[in-house]
Design a protein around this ligand. Sequence first.
Ligand SMILES: Nc1ncnc2c1ncn2[C@@H]1O[C@H](COP(=O)(O)OP(=O)(O)OP(=O)(O)O)[C@@H](O)[C@H]1O
Length: 512
Amino acid sequence: MTDRQIMLNAEQQTNELINLLSVDRPVNRMDIRQKLVEIRNHIHKVTTSAIDYQVIVDNLDDNILITDADERVLYINPAYEQHTGIPKEEIIGQTVTEILKTKKYFTVATVPDVIKRKEKVMKLSNMSAKKNPGIVIGVPIFDPQNNLQYVVASNRGLSTFVNLRENFDHFVHSLNDLQQDTDAVQIYESSSSVPQEHTMIGNGVEMQKIHHFIKNVGMTDATVLITGESGTGKELIADAIYKNSRRSQKPFIKINCSSIPASLLESELFGYEKGAFSGASAQGKKGLFEAANTGTLLLDEIGDMPMDLQAKLLRAIQSSEITRVGGTAPIKLNIRLIASTNCNLKEKIANGTFRSDLYYRLHVIPISVPPLRDRKEDIPLLCRHYLNIFSEKYNRPVSLSEENLDTLTNYSWPGNIRELRNIMEYLAVCCADSPQIENSFLYSIFDMETDNAYLELNQNMTLNEAVSTYEKEFLKNTIKDVKNLKEASQILNVDISTVSRKLKQYGLSIKH
Ligand SMILES: Nc1ncnc2c1ncn2[C@@H]1O[C@H](COP(=O)(O)OP(=O)(O)OP(=O)(O)O)[C@@H](O)[C@H]1O
């Protein structure tokens, strides 16, 4: 209930009380007391309410004018009087149309339009009294039955916005600087300048398919769309496509669409003409599309591109030309496009945040990179590869046992190869003092409570495979803390011979 509704209640109860006392018959004192207590409680609610809205509106710096549903002015705040020079007593109680007719105070108003259209209205206004142009916004307020109750018009002089302009230029510059600090854009002149630090490791079926794709699409100019979870190697694949392409001696520009503020993305991609917007360089600026001309452009995180820009990108792809922001002349370009994303673009299309026409323009050669948990055969290779790199880098020899590799292979790697690489670096740094890496240490870095937590049961397993996988992990976990077969058989409540046979079957042994 609003404060006003509470007070209306109190008023109604007071009227009832007055009526009760007005009739010429005896009244029950306790009934009257009860009514007075109720009224007092209502009033108390309002007087002790945390916010006194009138004080707030009285102190706002915006000019506020409130009318009823018949345009009659009910209230103006002190800022309104002060900034417009309109005395309160001259307009309270008048209708806005009457005030407009006098042409004395203002010549533009939103209130009549708000009442007619029952929606928010924004206009440029001119306060004749002070020759002070401003922006006025009228907002309708409805009662619980959805009848128009008030119109609140707030306005602010344009001079405030002019003052902000300087601030805005500064703001745009600092955004530009911020962007230079991130690796949102990487520009390579030719493939020899693309860092060589990571080779593509993996010879499982999925990786073989990807190598095959890279070889085939490399020599064409076809647009490639690489999808896959974060850290699966999409960027590495884009690098490989570029290096294997006819354009490998031409520029390669990588743009992370989600790292560039949406307000700057269009001018970064398409460039701008001089004076295109405040804060723009006086000479205009070449965009990244122009810089990638004759070469390759990688649009990383394409799923995060704002919808309005998606339309412009679609036009650029369809016509092979772009127009700079603030410019009119189209610029013809010849670019090989690679896009990548970890979003599900089909889902984004369904919920209206990605254009389907753009999707089909990009989806010419789709490469879907499977997560590491679906290409487990590559995990041991990747682990050894990165552990070697980091052992050498930190000069700390560390090696992985079969048991370690088994554990690492069964882990689900939510962060994919990026996570695997980080964990190998961590092992090289932290485990060099002991010749063997304890499995329990691996569990602790995976932040797992029990050894079983990492057990991933693949949906494609047969029942027997799933049972064996679980049984092996269960046994491994049990024998960690037992001294002999007898103790294990007691805990597991099976014969010693069964434990012995199972351990042999899974290549496990009791260490103590
Ligand atoms: N097949 C691979 N062999 C060796 N290292 C790889 C392989 N694939 C990816 N990596 C390494 O894993 C890390 C993540 O790869 P990359 O940045 O290409 O993934 P991504 O899918 O583009 O991730 P994101 O979606 O988060 O940008 C990098 O350090 C990369 O060198």
